[in-house]
Write a protein that binds this ligand. Structure first.
Ligand code: NAP
Length: 465
């Protein structure tokens, strides 16, 4: 059995990506009480927590409270954070191989799935993922502009991200001001002229990807009312026949959607239309290239051989006016420089978390992955925990069979020296804590949970002050 993991020779692990998957990997490693493990966590941003900071909706503070667990992980004496250090720019896979026994890639899914329909690149048409990153103050997206002078917006997709986007568009300024939404987004949305939001599902109420709590919340907005067309709330025969075996969440969604479709009087100023069995077929623009409308095809469902219900277009179409469009049809992973990638699935080539060499089809010694870049962009934050455990268990099996990297410079000081040369402005966890405390105190002054720093320059100034 390996000596690595002993007091004199700690197991040295690099985790690339400081989102939930990375922290759950670190958490499970530190649970191995018989092993001495040191973890260095890298992130290209100075701030940790990935999508918990830049993806979770600002009006969902409870979901963000998971950072308390991550903070506890970071307080382990074997943990170091190297923020603002990018793999492929500041360090390479080769550098990591020279300094660690094991490397885990937890870089998440950093872009969106594309929707190839005519007009998708018109002005006013955006990926929902960029809007989400913008309103959450991600430094790479803060300069984006969205035209809220429009009256009608469309969100394509009915997953939880689509629901987040629709809800943020429907919230009042008072509701948003209680959150940690980026200050520029709060200002821009305060001047929003949007009165109608259309959320489009290509399948029916029983196939919505939203979770029940998120759907229910749409009925509880201060100044927006959800509407469903009665003919779209009614289940088709195929969906109705599968409902008996559906999850409780699906059954409750179907019931709630039926309620949303009942006639009602509402004096709320915004209308949120949740549509089913419609697919966008074309974005229609004006002479300036600005999107003005969306052409929709009505769908029917059919059962595949595998038993899933898929949509197909009928000969019925309609056009809805819209000046702002968000496609929210899923995230997608991007390749990590120097790491094998499966382009079809947008994930690192892997087997249960072991990175696979595309030539030999065997595991690459000492390289692992977890989270969305391992399995694709599905599941909630907690889903990353069992996923991380699966990867860590393989790492421990490999350690037991002496199948680890043999770094030339395994000590913790060597890699720190390298990083000080490559990225002298790197952020330690203490540096992040200063940013965190400052954000909270700036927020307190305004009666908000925090006021985020959204420029890296500002964070560097604070760190060096
Ligand atoms: P998602 O759950 O996969 O939803 C994608 C949506 O896009 C589905 O409605 C899908 O319809 C639709 N779609 C895909 N291709 C389409 C096309 N060509 N035309 C029209 N519609 C299309 O993805 P997501 O919303 O990005 O969420 C990603 C993950 O993060 C999910 O697991 C989600 O639950 C999670 N998340 C959770 C929360 C929360 O817990 N509050 C918040 C945000 C995100 P089909 O079903 O027909 O494919």
């Amino acid at each position: 059995m390996s000596e690595i993991g002993s007091i004199s020779q700690p197991l040295r692990v690099a985790i690339v990506g400081a989102g939930p998957a990375g922290f759950y990997v670190a958490e499970h490693l530190f649970k191995q009480k018989k092993l001495n493990i040191e973890v260095d966590m890298y992130d290209r941003l100075p701030t940790p927590f990935g999508l918990v900071r830049a993806g979770v909706a600002p009006d969902h503070p409870k979901i963000k409270s998971v950072v308390k667990i991550f903070d506890k992980v970071a307080s382990n004496p074997g943990f170091r954070f190297f923020g603002f250090v990018e793999l492929g720019e500041d360090v390479t896979v080769e550098d990591l191989r020279n300094h660690y026994h094991q490397i885990v890639y937890t870089t998440g899914a950093q872009t969106d799935r594309s929707l190839n329909i005519p007009g998708i690149d018109l002005i006013g048409s955006h990926a929902a993922t960029t809007f989400v990153a913008w309103y959450n103050g991600h430094p790479d997206f803060r300069e984006l502009e969205f035209d809220f002078s429009q009256e009608s917006a469309v969100v394509i997709g009915i997953g939880n991200v689509a629901v987040d986007v629709a809800r943020i568009l429907c919230r009042t300024t008072d509701e948003l001001a209680k959150t940690d939404i980026a200050d520029y987004a709060l200002d821009a949305l305060a001047n929003s002229n949007i009165r109608e939001v259309h959320m489009l599902g290509r399948r029916g109420p029983a196939q919505g990807k939203f979770t029940h709590l998120e759907l229910k919340e749409l009925g509880e907005l201060e100044d927006a009312e959800p509407y469903v067309l009665p003919e779209e709330a009614k289940l088709d025969d195929l969906s109705a026949s599968t409902l008996a075996n559906a999850s409780r969440g699906t059954a409750r969604n179907v019931e709630l959607i039926e309620q949303f479709s009942l006639p009602k009087q509402s004096d709320k100023s915004k209308k949120l239309y949740i549509r089913f069995l419609v697919s966008p077929t074309e974005l229609v623009g004006d002479e300036t290239g600005q999107v003005r409308a969306l052409r929709l095809g009505h769908n029917e469902l059919y059962a595949t051989e595998a038993g899933t219900l898929r949509p197909r277009l009928t000969d019925r179409f309609e056009v809805i006016p819209a000046g702002l469009i968000f496609r929210s049809i899923g995230y997608r992973g991007v390749p990590v420089p120097g790491v094998p990638f499966d382009n079809n699935w947008g994930v690192i080539l892997n087997e249960k978390g072991r990175v696979i060499d595309p030539e030999t089809k065997s595991p690459r010694v000492g390289e692992y992955t977890a989270g969305w870049i391992k399995r694709g962009p599905t599941g909630v934050i907690g889903t990353n925990k069992p996923d991380a455990v699966e990867t860590v268990n393989l790492m421990l099996d490999d350690l037991n069979s002496d199948s680890v990297l043999e770094p030339s410079f395994p000590g913790p000081d060597a890699v720190k020296k390298l990083i000080m040369v490559r990225q002298p402005q790197f952020f330690s966890y203490d540096d992040w804590r200063r940013v965190d405390e400052s954000e909270i105190s700036r927020g307190e002054a305004l009666g908000r949970p925090r006021l985020k720093y959204t420029r890296i320059d500002e964070m560097i100034l604070l760190k060096n002050s």
